[in-house]
Design a protein around this ligand. Sequence first.
Ligand code: FE2
Length: 132
Amino acid sequence: MTYLTWSDSLAVGNNFIDNDHKKLIEMVNRLHALMHEGKGKEVLDKVLHNLVTYTQDHFRREEDLMRSLGFADYQRHKDEHDKLLKQVLDLQQKFDSGAATLSIQVLHFLRDWLIHHIGESDQKLAAAARGR
Ligand code: FE2
């Protein structure tokens, strides 16, 4: 069973952003599947690291696009990225140090954040990119 399914309601109509989001969703699903298979900390840590790295790259790509558009909502959008990154880097540190284990709540949090951020902020960015 797929944890988070890509659908047209998540599409923002910008090729690179949609492709990045599909990849992010795929990675969240992979993490979810591995958790359910009861994989150990090492495997989960590695996949989480890949997810965090990909998220950083993706945010950078969106922020580059926003700057090139002179996007009026840049700072607010970037603040959302920065806040999320800070949260996941904190979590990652706790997992790495053994102070916490990866829980389903973390995945729910990532899923809800993604759906909300894509539906609100990334939609606005894609609309601005279309209207240039
Ligand atoms: Fe974004």
